[in-house]
Design a protein around this ligand. Structure first.
Ligand SMILES: [Mg+2]
Length: 361
């Protein structure tokens, strides 16, 4: 696959989430940022990828255009994993992790899309002999902050057929309201995004055990302190999840032996090549993979194929919001807590040119 061109397409798509604006961002989060990469080969095949872009869209664009693309144009790529490692090595002076690896993730996803398309098969079929065709999906709710809203949204998603729900609540009354709305039979977790101090974590984790949480995600800062996360899991008997902010399998080597769930994010971890290595690590250490995927571009599609191919990936994350448009209107959305794996060649992502025109920045 000789790469003829690398095009970067930044986009912003507004969304509604029903929250009063107490969520994860400094101001109310209302726009989904995307940085798409479009690779074209000399024989006219097109591959799509994206790099993580929430609150860092322009930085991710610059990293791809200035750092990665010059190393890729004109290259004949046969071994994507080897190229990924070469990019990591040649760019390591910009930092091993963060924006640099988001940029590498974008081109890695697009290269795997090209490879599967060139062989005429869906990516999942390239990665496994008998991949799954459907996957369990959970509703990943935003942070509402108000117990009444948490209760009504958890009750709503359960009435729609979801059997698993994740909150982003950090206060006990809001998490209790989530359990009331979800009911005892629903699997429920909460994502703390590192907001608890150690004292707060030690005070609230027994309550998380009482409320039968499926997992508690990133309870304290830093989220890569494997010893502390492992100790919290052991002391309080609540499964701990972490990893959405880790890049490459090197970082996961610390957390995979210590906690129950590790959470690679394909647009952040180093793309499909590194995600696969993280799945292998999890298998060796008996942890399970709970992928991070609260986005709707090529990373969403790639995650479905990776999960289809790797059975130690447990649940697909579906961010429960309403975007003004989907980049590819054929996006497989969960129905009654199940999502279908796309069956087109490659990752299956084909953006609608009208949507790209409308939301391009
Ligand atoms: Mg999270």
């Amino acid at each position: 696959m000789k790469i003829k061109s690398v095009d970067v397409i930044p986009l912003r798509i507004p969304f509604e989430d029903g929250s009063p604006g107490v969520g994860l961002m400094p101001t109310k989060w209302t726009m989904l940022d995307f940085v798409l990469v479009r690779l074209e080969t000399e024989n006219g095949l097109v591959g799509w990828g994206d790099g993580f872009a929430y609150s860092c869209r322009r930085a991710t664009v610059a990293a791809i255009e200035d750092m990665v693309a010059p190393l890729l144009v004109g290259r004949d790529v046969s071994d994507i994993g080897a190229l990924n490692l070469e990019l990591q090595q040649r760019l390591h002076l910009h930092g091993r992790y963060g924006i640099t690896v988001f940029a590498i993730s974008a081109v890695d996803i697009a290269l795997w899309d090209l490879k599967a398309k060139s062989e005429g098969v869906p990516l999942a079929a390239l990665l496994a002999d008998s991949p799954r065709t459907t996957l369990p999906a959970y509703a990943s709710l935003v942070r509402y902050g108000e117990p009444d809203l948490v209760r009504s949204f958890t009750s709503k998603v359960v009435s729609e057929g979801y059997r698993t729900v994740k909150l982003h609540e950090i206060a006990l009354d809001a998490i209790e309201a989530g359990r009331e709305g979800a009911g005892a039979a629903t699997k429920m977790s909460t994502d703390v995004n590192c907001n608890w101090s150690m004292d707060q974590a030690r005070e609230i984790l027994p309550e998380m055990k009482r409320l039968d949480l499926y997992w508690v995600e990133e309870p304290v800062f830093p989220p890569d302190d494997a010893a502390t996360l492992g100790a919290l899991q052991r002391d309080f008997g609540v499964p701990i999840a972490s990893g959405e902010n880790a890049c490459t399998a090197v970082e996961f080597a610390r957390t995979a032996p210590a906690i129950r769930y590790i959470q690679p994010s394909v647009t952040k971890v180093g793309g499909i090549s590194e995600f696969l290595k993280v799945c292998d690590l999890a298998e060796r250490h008996g942890s399970a993979v709970m992928p991070h995927a609260p986005y709707f571009g090529p990373g969403y599609w790639a995650t479905l194929h990776l999960m289809a191919a790797r059975r130690n990936c447990e649940q697909f994350e579906h961010l429960y919001i309403e975007p003004a448009a989907y980049l590819d209107p054929s996006i497989p959305l969960p129905e009654k807590g199940t999502v279908a794996v796309p069956d087109r060649p490659g990752i299956g992502f084909e953006p609608d040119p009208a949507v790209l025109d409308r939301f391009r920045v």
